[in-house]
Design a protein around this ligand. Structure first.
Ligand code: ZN
Length: 120
């Protein structure tokens, strides 16, 4: 789907368990409008990384690209490289600390808490 290409990173070692060229889902806004990546979800079932801006959830705005391309775009994604499957992470801005949360399946009633005063 994606032609041969290379990535350039500042870190020495690829931080993700998934391969550097693994499929990853993002949005057209991230790729074309430079929207910051603020929401990352690691799929519980297939392990797919969804690396999103949070500005659109429309299926037609989704774009399949490669994980390495997204990390090249935003190297701070390395901070959540160890996010387990079935978890998601979000932040207020690039460079802000990530908040990690276990993803709540649709068929479960989640008592969600907004943790605003999370110091790190
Ligand atoms: Zn790539």
């Amino acid at each position: 789907m994606i032609g041969p290409h290379t990535h350039e990173f500042d870190f020495e070692r690829w931080p993700f368990e998934a391969p550097e060229f693994a499929d990853a889902l993002t949005t057209i806004a991230v790729l074309e409008d430079d929207e910051p990546i603020l929401l990352v979800s690691h799929d519980a079932e297939d392990g797919m990384w969804q690396i999103l801006c949070g500005t659109t959830n429309e299926p037609e705005d989704g774009r399949l690209t490669c994980l390495g391309c997204l990390v090249e775009l935003d190297p701070t994604l390395a901070e959540i490289a160890d996010l387990p499957k079935g978890w998601e992470a979000f932040r207020d801005a690039v460079g802000a600390p990530w908040t990690r949360e276990k993803s709540v399946p649709f068929d479960e009633e989640g008592d969600e808490e907004e943790g605003e005063d999370d110091d790190s």
